[in-house]
Design a protein around this ligand. Structure first.
Ligand code: GLV
Ligand code: MG
Length: 384
């Protein structure tokens, strides 16, 4: 049902016309969400598969040195993403697009439903002069290999609706059998305000990434970094009574906690996946790991990698530890039919803690299926 306000408009000829302003998006029948948006386009997915995507490694397809390394990275990283947007110079936009077509066409094992390494791209933003050409070039040429298209600077459901229809038209024309999924970057204040409607805007929605650099600029935050913390964002211990000069500990706070938490809730509500975004201080591997781990603990399934050394950090952080899996399996074994409560090492475990453990165990199984080293570690766990 459409909620509309009928608004009388006076015309110069004295007649009165009416315009209808929509206050809420018109709602479709539930059944229509899973009908293709173009005749001949593949059926939209009813569920988004949980494919491992711990590290989404960004590369610039216009950079020949970087592009040459892609084939040997296949199999060792969950996702390779050909970046066409920010960090690619305006003069190189077409070369990046064409470079991606070449890499996707010539690299075995990259992209498509059975590939070990998924192929994603980040297209230019919808208000740029390149976005339309990105989509019309890539979908017919390499649509069968492109698993996910990341759309930057998404402001609201209308941006996803635009991409959704266009992709359906292009898929129909190209005769694709599988719909390409869409991932939105959360990097504007309006995007954050509309995060739930963005996640629910199309059955193609695969997930969301935090875009801390653009988001900081759009919010007019007073930072100058790409992701991570800031030493000025802190709380300080209270003064010690009658010792005004005594040392007071400070605790740095996480600038991104609020946004990630909102993102995680919106994604979980809609059955899609949340990701951390870029961590720009490549040299600071310690803070990078901490930031990734915060995101993992809050519910994110992966992160971006801007340098090969961040792949290893992401794979480590976004795979449950052997200790966690050992504990989770003990709880599963002790809980029998999954109801009631048991004591393990002095701690109460019940239906709800079992559910948390099952999240971990399920994730470990998915990862073990694609990561033989991890499988070995998980298989070696002995539950006493
Ligand atoms: C990523 O695109 C960001 O703006 O942080
Ligand atoms: Mg950005």
């Amino acid at each position: 049902q459409t909620f509309g306000v009928r608004c009388q408009i006076g015309h110069t000829d004295g007649s009165r016309g009416a315009a209808s302003f929509r206050l809420m998006p018109s709602s479709k029948s539930a059944k229509d969400f899973f009908r293709p948006l173009a005749v001949g386009a593949p059926t939209p997915p009813t569920e988004i598969p949980a494919r491992p995507s711990r590290a989404i490694h960004f590369f610039d397809p216009s950079n020949e040195k970087m592009a040459a390394k892609i084939p040997q990275m296949v199999g060792s990283v969950d996702v390779l993403l050909g970046n066409l947007e920010d960090a690619v110079k305006a003069d190189n936009k077409e070369a990046a697009r064409e470079g991606l077509v070449t890499i996707a066409s010539e690299t075995d094992g990259l992209g498509g439903p059975d590939a070990k390494t998924q192929l994603w791209t980040r297209v230019n933003s919808l208000d740029s002069p390149w976005a339309l050409d990105d989509l019309t070039r890539l979908v017919p040429a390499i649509g069968h290999k492109l698993d996910v298209i990341m759309v930057p600077k998404v402001q609201g459901a209308e941006d996803i609706h635009y991409v959704d229809r266009l992709l359906a038209q292009l898929e129909a024309k190209a005769g694709l059998e599988k719909p390409i999924l869409v991932h939105a970057i959360l990097e504007t204040a309006r995007g954050v305000a509309n995060v739930e409607e963005i996640c629910g805007a199309s059955p193609r929605m695969q997930g969301l990434s935090l875009g801390p650099a653009d988001l900081a600029a759009d919010r007019r935050m007073k930072t100058t970094r790409v992701g991570g913390g800031h030493p000025g964002y802190l709380v300080r211990q209270d003064p010690v009574h009658e010792q005004p000069d005594a040392h007071r500990a400070i605790f740095q706070q996480d600038l991104w906690h609020y946004t990630i938490a909102r993102m995680v809730d919106a994604c979980a509500t809609h059955g899609i996946y949340p990701y951390y975004g870029p961590f720009g201080d490549i040299a600071d591997v310690v803070a990078c790991e901490d930031q990734f781990r915060n995101a993992f603990l809050l519910g994110c399934v992966g992160t971006w990698s801007l340098h090969p050394k961040q792949i290893a950090i992401a794979n480590k952080v976004f795979s449950p530890s052997v200790e966690d899996i050992k504990h989770a399996r003990r709880v599963v074994a002790a809980m029998g039919d999954g109801t009631g409560a048991v004591m393990l090492d002095g701690k109460m475990e019940d239906d709800a803690s079992l559910k948390q453990c099952l999240v971990m165990v399920e994730l470990a199984e998915q990862l073990a299926a694609i990561d033989p080293e991890l499988k070995k570690q998980y298989d070696a766990i002995e539950v006493d």
